[in-house]
Design a protein around this ligand. Structure first.
Ligand SMILES: *[C@@H]1O[C@H](CO)[C@@H](O)[C@H](O)[C@H]1NC(C)=O
Ligand SMILES: *[C@@H]1O[C@H](CO)[C@@H](O)[C@H](O)[C@H]1NC(C)=O
Ligand SMILES: *[C@@H]1O[C@H](CO)[C@@H](O)[C@H](O)[C@H]1NC(C)=O
Ligand SMILES: *[C@@H]1O[C@H](CO)[C@@H](O)[C@H](O)[C@H]1NC(C)=O
Length: 365
């Protein structure tokens, strides 16, 4: 009897272990509004997307807003699906993101957040990258309690993909708005500011590594001079972009490429992939017709009127007819249709947009 029980116990332990550790992969998602899955719903902040028509095409919620800053799934959601994950990474701040749910991945991203702590002050509240890493440390401790230390470590090193999509707000809601930010930035040259960003990000990525993260994908900053918001405040024509924001993004992106090469070289058994969001989004903006879009300059939500492109997407905004024909959902964020194309390039594409390997190869390492 005791033996039978013991055998049963061993069997159920073995089963639990298999179920835990062969979960094909789990995403731990860090970043800003491009990938926020609802963390800002739990903050007192001016940066929110928990109002309709955001989420109108998000099947899992029946079209109700979830806090995602788009009409459907984010790039992180789609990448997770493509890699066979059981569920979307759940927002860290949601009260029910506890227990075994965290083994499917957790999302720490926050609209308005940046690499620097001071970024996004204009929104009053947001979770910057330093705090997002602190939060992951909390998740990791919970994971140790659930799986035990050695298994938690093995799970993180082998099954977990760490995606980081951050930096746009450091330019849009910090450097380019010096009058709203801490005084010292006003006199900083672009090079010094970018140095600051890269040094902070290096520290954040190394902290994640010290917490057993090994498989990373880091997105660079998109063509922030071409988003509808910029075109609108600068009264640009269909195919024009503002040059300073794009120049800053390219300056940062070149340094990011070097940083990831440095970390791939210096951190044993770590793999850092660079997602070239800049070139991908620029490709969609430039050749939108090739991909079946009707426009890349006017957003779907908030697309009419004089202030189109400035007022955030909400219940009173005008809505386009066909959401799948717009590259941009709102003045800042791509539509789900654009996110699908971007995500597929990252998962299965060649090293033009994702290097040194794509995300399917990263998962299978
Ligand atoms: C683990 O692998 C087995 C066999 O391939 C599969 O049936 C099962 O669904 C997997 N479990 C998880 C959680 O992925
Ligand atoms: C947590 O609760 C929210 C709101 O009720 C629900 O949409 C979500 O699916 C829940 N998450 C999990 C992992 O059960
Ligand atoms: C940002 O804030 C975090 C948490 O308060 C702190 O640990 C970190 O040192 C700060 N970073 C800088 C560069 O001030
Ligand atoms: C994680 O949290 C533990 C316990 O609070 C702390 O000792 C450790 O320094 C933290 N690690 C990192 C990388 O932040």
């Amino acid at each position: 009897m005791a033996l039978a029980l013991a055998i049963l116990l061993v069997f159920s332990l073995l089963r639990a272990t298999t179920a835990d550790t062969n979960a094909s992969s789990a995403s731990f998602v860090f970043g800003d509004s491009l990938v926020d899955a609802g963390n800002n719903n739990y903050l007192s902040t001016l940066s929110k997307a928990d109002i309709p028509p955001n989420g109108i095409d998000f099947t899992a919620s029946g079209g109700q807003p979830t806090g995602r800053y788009t009409n459907g799934r984010t790039i992180a959601d789609i990448v997770g699906e493509e890699l066979g994950q059981v569920n979307y990474a759940q927002p860290f701040l949601a009260p029910n993101t506890t227990g075994r749910v965290i083994l499917n991945g957790v999302n720490y991203a926050s609209g308005g957040g940046g690499i620097l702590n001071s970024t996004g002050q204009i929104f009053i509240n947001r979770i910057g990258m330093d705090i997002q890493v602190d939060y992951f440390n909390i998740t990791r401790q919970e994971m140790e309690r659930i799986l035990g230390e050695p298994k938690a470590k093995a799970f993180l090193m082998k099954n977990a993909i760490f995606s980081i999509t951050i930096g746009s707000n450091d330019f849009l809601n910090n450097y380019l708005f010096p009058f709203l930010s801490v005084g010292e930035r006003i006199s900083q040259s672009p090079n010094t500011f970018v140095d600051d960003l890269i040094n902070n990000l290096r520290g954040q990525l190394i902290r994640l590594y010290s917490l057993d993260a090994r498989k990373f994908v880091v997105g660079n900053v998109g063509p922030i001079g071409c988003i509808p918001y910029q075109r609108s405040i600068n009264k640009l024509k269909e195919s024009e972009c503002v040059s300073l924001p794009n120049e800053l993004a390219r300056l940062y992106n070149a340094r990011l490429r070097d940083l990831l090469a440095e970390l791939n070289h210096n951190l044993p058994r770590a793999k850092f992939c660079l997602a070239d969001v800049y070139d991908l989004v620029l490709e969609l903006i430039t050749n939108y017709q090739t991909y079946g879009f009707k426009t890349s300059s006017s957003p779907c939500c908030g697309n009419g009127g004089r202030f189109a492109g400035i007022i955030p997407c909400g219940p009173t905004s005008s809505m386009c007819e066909d959401r799948s024909k717009h590259v941009f959902w709102d003045p800042y964020h791509p539509s789900e249709a654009a996110n699908v194309i971007i995500a597929k390039y990252l998962v299965d594409g060649d090293n033009k947009y994702i290097s040194p390997i794509n995300l399917r190869q990263l998962k299978d390492l």
